[in-house]
Write a protein that binds this ligand. Structure first.
Ligand code: FEO
Length: 398
C-alpha cells in the first residue's frame, strides 16, 4: 500500500519506516525503529529530495510512483550521500533515465564511488547560494559540511519557508503514522531518541553544527524537514534550543549519572551506595547504569543530557575494565566537553583504574575530574563510610 503524507502545498513525505533493522549503521540499537524521509515536490517540474535506505526500497518506489501519478520525474536532489538515504538512487534513475540528478561537487564524487554508473547520469552540480526552481517552489542550497559528512547540503524553499535539513534535526524512531512533531508528545516519544541520535552521530561536530545554525538564523524558517523522524511546523524553538545546547556541549540538566562496571557485584553495590548518598543529599535525577549491560550509545546520550558523570569500575589486567574503557574511548571520539567527572576504582590488590580513567579523561576539553578518587578494596564496607561521604560531597559541590 502506497504511503505519503502532505507536508504543505506541493510538498509530500514519501519515505518509509523500518522496524526490522536491529542496529542503525550496524552499531546503534534501534528498538524504536527509524524512518527514512524523502520529500516529493509536486510542481510544474517534479522533484524528490533524497531517496531512502535499501531496507524500505519496495515501499519507497511504490510511494514515488504513486506520488508521480504517471508523470515523469524531473529532478532527484541529493542532499546527503550516506547509503541510508542514497541507496535507492540507482533504482530511481533506472525508472526515470532522463531525470536530472542534483548535488554538490563532492556529492557526485561519492555517488560515483557507490554507483560507478553515476558518471553517465544527467547531472546538475550546485553549490551554496545556487537555486533550483520547480515552478512555484525555489530551493536555495546551503552548505552544511561535516553535519555529519562533508558533502551535506541543506535546501531552503522560499515559497513554503521549509528547511530541508538532511540528517540535522533528525531522530531515531519510526513514525507511527504521523509526520509532524506536533502530532506526538515529542518529549515523551522522541526526545531521548533524538538526543541519542544527535550525540552519537553528529555529536563530534558541534562547531560545524554551530556554523550552520548561524547561517540558518538569516532565514525565515517555518518548517524543518529532516531525513529521519518527524517534520517540525510548530514550536521550532524547542528543537533549536536543544541543538544550541547539544552543539555547544552544554548539559540539559545538573543531574548525575553513575556508570559502573562490576565483575561480581561489589562495584555495583558501591554504585548503589553512591546513588543513595547523592539522593540523601538532595540530588534529583540520579540515574545508575551498568556499563556492561547498557549499550554505549545510550550512555553517550545520557552524557549529553547530564553535567555530572560518576565512573566506577574495577582494575582489570592492570588496566581499565574493558567495557568502561570502551565508553571512555567513545566519549573522547565524540569530543565530549564541559562535564564534571568523579571516579571510583576497585582493586583487590592493586587498584589503578581511577588513575588510568583520569589520564584518559584528560584528553577531553573543558572537563573537571574531581581529585577525590574513591578507592574500593574488593568491596565497600562500613569502614569506608567517611570516604563515601566525602566522595559524594565533592560531587554535590562540583
Ligand atoms: Fe541518515 Fe548520515 O545518514
Amino acid at each position: 500500500m502506497n504511503g505519503q503524507k502532505k507536508i504543505t502545498d506541493g510538498i509530500f513525505w514519501i519515505g518509509g519506516s523500518d522496524r526490522r533493522l536491529e542496529r542503525f549503521e550496524n552499531i546503534f540499537p534501534i528498538p524504536e525503529g527509524v524512518s527514512y524521509n524523502s520529500y516529493f515536490i509536486d510542481d510544474e517540474k517534479t522533484a524528490v529530495f533524497d531517496t531512502a535506505d535499501i531496507t524500505v526500497a519496495d515501499q519507497y518506489i511504490e510511494n514515488l510512483k504513486h506520488a508521480l501519478g504517471g508523470r515523469k520525474l524531473d529532478y532527484l536532489v541529493v542532499l546527503h550521500m550516506e547509503p541510508d538515504h542514497c541507496s535507492c538512487i540507482d533504482k530511481v534513475v533506472a525508472l526515470f533515465p532522463d531525470v536530472t540528478v542534483v548535488g554538490g561537487k563532492q556529492t557526485f564524487v561519492f555517488m560515483e564511488q557507490f554507483f560507478p554508473q553515476a558518471k553517465d547520469f544527467n547531472r546538475l552540480e550546485v553549490k551554496e547560494g545556487d537555486t533550483l526552481s520547480t515552478g512555484s517552489h525555489t530551493f536555495s542550497f546551503v552548505a552544511a559540511p561535516m553535519v555529519h559528512w562533508p558533502e551535506v547540503l541543506f535546501a531552503y524553499d522560499t515559497a513554503s519557508k521549509a528547511l530541508l535539513s538532511a540528517d540535522a534535526f533528525g531522530t531515531f524512531g519510526a513514525l507511527d503514522g504521523g509526520i509532524f512533531a506536533d502530532e506526538y508528545d515529542f518529549e515523551r516519544d522522541f526526545l531521548d531518541s533524538a538526543r541519542r541520535y544527535y550525540a552519537n552521530i553528529v555529536g563530534k561536530y558541534g562547531p560545524q553544527v554551530q556554523a550552520v545554525l548561524k547561517k540558518a538564523q538569516g532565514l525565515d524558517i517555518q518548517m524543518i524537514l529532516p531525513l529521519h523522524g518527524p517534520v517540525w511546523r510548530q514550536d521550532l524553538n524547542v528543537l533549536l534550543d536543544k541543538y544550541q545546547k547539544w552543539s555547544t556541549y552544554e548539559s540539559e540538566t545538573d543531574g548525575v549519572i553513575v556508570v559502573y562496571g562490576s565483575l561480581y557485584g561489589h562495584t555495583a553495590s558501591a554504585a548503589e551506595a553512591v546513588a543513595s548518598s547523592l539522593r540523601d543529599k538532595g540530588v534529583k535525577g540520579v540515574k545508575v547504569y551498568d556499563v556492561s549491560g547498557t549499550d554505549v550509545s545510550y550512555l553517550i546520550g545520557e552524557v549529553w543530557r547530564c553535567r555530572k558523570i560518576v565512573l566506577m569500575c574495577p582494575t582489570y589486567n592492570n588496566g581499565i575494565y574493558t567495557p568502561m574503557e570502551n565508553f571512555l574511548s567513545d566519549m573522547a571520539a565524540l569530543s565530549v566537553q564541559n562535564r564534571v567527572f568523579a571516579l571510583a576504582q576497585n582493586g583487590t590488590w592493586a587498584p589503578v583504574s581511577g588513575k588510568l580513567m583520569s589520564e584518559k579523561l584528560s584528553q577531553l576539553k573543558n572537563v573537571t575530574v574531581l581529585e577525590n578518587i574513591l578507592t574500593i578494596k574488593s568491596a565497600l564496607s562500613a569502614k569506608d563510610t567517611e570516604a563515601l561521604n566525602s566522595f559524594t560531597d565533592a560531587i554535590v559541590n562540583a
